[in-house]
Design a binder for this molecule. Structure first.
Ligand code: PLP
Length: 395
């Protein structure tokens, strides 16, 4: 009999291998994995057989989430990261971003993605050119001139809701040997699978629609097995990999993705139509409105499933103080810096999501002082509309 002190450390940990299978994927909260034979451990280290050795190299719960995302996006594999930004960084690094490399990217990216390219990568010797992604001639000219390693854009841009015409962009990128990397956070695989339209890597901030409940951060890149191998090799060293608890929550969130996004799209469309007719609203950006310049492209890409759960709008009295009073007057919809949750949320891009973007660049892109971004949740439509109406009445 071992001493109490030794038992306290080891007791219960070496249960025989079970002959049952849990219906729901368990959380493998283990840093390391042991094998009976050292040869097996060695073979896993060498990638000669599947398995897990150390959670920074791979973890069964994380892998289950990666497999689920790959299935939903229609890719061979997916690689999960700590956050959406880590996934954007990982995808760009995997695409060959290094000193002297060039990138072409959409001008109206999520603020942190813009700053990653414009500040951090630029300081490391990577030249980024920003283009209007809905002006294909401008994109083609920039790609032909820069010969970039990748063309990077968002399926539905944050916060102006401009769309990426994947098929045309893939053709432009591939003609110059560049990869097309798409951040599809706003669309989620429910609306569209960019890989089927020619994209090479699809990035998600899993923090948003994939998780969907505002309680977990994560990121993921869906791609071919070959790109995934590169991303994993780099991730083993850079270390921004998802933890098993987060992977479990994300896996749980994914199960209701289609149900949630369907309701969010219906709410967003109803709100967009309502606000477009409201006298205190100057303009609404939403691909589901016939007034959106790329409405036909939205119909082609999303095939009737919806137009996304996010819209943005300019208040007619578009100064910061009025926007702040409007956001404070909301009783149900919460002013918070995220999107894609079951809760409806509003955000002021100029001071949060796009704060890191210089004011003159914001103005040039079209992110004005009166712009509000709204992420529709799954609440009753009439309650959301009533909340917006009472807040608009208060300004
Ligand atoms: N991409 C888009 C389109 C986003 O909106 C965000 C965050 O808002 C990110 C990436 C970054 O995701 P995370 O906050 O999980 O790092």
């Amino acid at each position: 009999m071992k001493s109490l002190r030794t038992m306290a450390v080891h007791a219960g940990e070496r249960a025989p291998r079970p002959d049952f299978r849990p219906v729901s994927t368990p959380i493998y909260a283990s840093v390391a994995f042991a094998y009976e034979a050292m040869e097996d451990l060695d073979a896993v280290f060498a990638n000669a057989r599947p398995g897990y050795v150390y959670t920074r190299y791979g973890n069964p719960t994380v892998h289950a989430f990666e497999q689920a995302v790959a299935a939903l996006e229609g890719t061979e594999e997916a690689v999960a990261y700590t956050t959406g930004m880590a996934a954007v960084h990982g995808a760009l690094l995997g695409a060959g971003v290094r000193q002297g490399a060039r990138l072409v990217a959409a001008a109206d990216l999520y603020g942190a993605s813009y700053t990653l390219l414009d500040k951090i990568l630029r300081s490391l010797g990577v030249e980024a050119t920003f283009v209007r992604i809905d002006h294909l001639d401008e994109v083609a000219e920039a790609v032909q001139r820069a010969k970039p390693v990748a063309l990077f854009c968002e399926t539905i841009s944050n916060p102006l809701l401009r769309l990426a015409d994947f098929a045309a962009l893939a053709e432009i990128a591939h003609a110059e040997g560049a990869l097309l990397i798409v951040d599809s956070t706003f669309a989620s695989p429910y609306l569209v699978r960019p890989i089927a339209w020619g994209a090479d890597m699809v990035v998600h901030s899993a923090t948003k629609y994939l998780g969907g409940h505002g309680d977990v951060m994560g990121g993921v890149v869906a791609c071919s097995a070959a790109y995934a191998a590169t991303l994993r090799d780099q991730q083993k060293i850079t270390g921004a990999n998802l933890g098993p608890f987060e992977a479990w929550l994300l896996l749980r969130g994914l199960k209701t993705l289609p149900l949630r996004v369907r309701e969010q799209c219906a709410n967003a469309l109803a709100i967009a139509e309502h606000l477009a007719a409201h006298p205190k609203v100057a303009h609404v950006n939403y691909p589901g409105l016939a007034s959106h310049p790329q409405h036909t492209l939205a119909e082609r890409l999303f095939e009737g499933r919806g137009y996304g759960g996010v819209l943005s709008f300019e208040l007619a009295k578009g100064d910061q103080a009025t926007v702040f009073r409007f956001m404070e007057a909301l009783r149900l919809i919460q002013p918070a810096t995220t999107l894609g949750d079951i809760y409806s949320l509003v955000l002021y891009p100029a001071h949060s999501s796009h704060r890191s973007v210089p004011p003159e660049v914001r103005a040039q892109i079209g992110i004005g002082e009166g712009l509000v971004r709204l992420s529709a949740g799954i609440e009753e439509t009439a309650d959301l509309v009533a909340d917006l109406d009472q807040a608009l009445a208060a300004i």
